[in-house]
Design a protein around this ligand. Structure first.
Ligand code: SF4
Ligand code: SF4
Length: 186
């Protein structure tokens, strides 16, 4: 018996009709979106998996590397190119997505309920863009059949730019502060 490849078996099938995407982000507020719609807004850039540091005059040597949940007026958020050790640096996906909040307690999980935390996200983050009324960027995977290539090509993801936090001493973070995560286009 000859073995057919999946490619030859699918040859006779009618070509799937390409469905126009429903631009729900233009007609619904973030609060009105269904959970799948909300989840699909994440572009997968992984900038939120970078370590960030806030310049705070009250910081002491003891509190310097402690997590914080707020930023005060006048304080500045600095991004580093140090990424969480659980990040897959090629796909820009979390390698332990289901267990992430247990394995990395300060992993920020943005939901419709804690949308006020969106200021922790970089300016190019789709949630932040939509919250600030700046719309969907042209490179977003939702506008490219779910593919991330336009985003990588536009330099909007972390791919090729990071070092993992288990490869550096976090107290040397100042050596790793970078500006590119603050970059946004469109
Ligand atoms: S920065 Fe925003 S859009 Fe990018 S991966 Fe994180 S949550 Fe998703
Ligand atoms: S646990 Fe996963 S989602 Fe959270 S910061 Fe690390 S790589 Fe990113």
């Amino acid at each position: 018996m000859s073995k057919k490849s999946n490619r030859s078996l699918s040859k006779g099938k009618a070509k799937a009709k390409k469905q126009p995407i429903e631009r729900f982000w233009e007609t619904k507020t973030l609060d009105e979106m269904t959970r799948p719609e909300w989840e699909s807004l994440c572009d997968g850039c992984a900038k939120c998996c970078l370590h960030k540091f806030i310049d705070d005059e009250d910081t002491t040597d003891e509190t310097e590397l402690m997590p914080t949940t707020h930023i005060a007026e006048g304080e500045q958020m600095n991004y580093s190119n140090i990424a969480c050790h659980l990040l897959n640096d090629k796909s820009c996906q979390c390698s332990k997505y289901e267990q992430r909040t247990v394995l990395v307690p300060d992993c920020v999980q943005l939901t419709q309920e804690n949308l006020d935390d969106v200021f922790f996200m970089p300016p190019s983050c789709t949630y932040r863009r939509l919250k600030e009324g700046r719309g969907m960027p042209s490179w977003h995977p939702l506008l490219h059949n779910g593919k991330k290539s336009a985003m990588h090509q536009a330099g909007m993801s972390v791919r090729g730019k990071i070092i993992k936090d288990d490869d550096v001493e976090l107290e040397d973070f100042e050596d790793y502060i970078v500006l590119w995560p603050l970059h946004d286009i469109d």
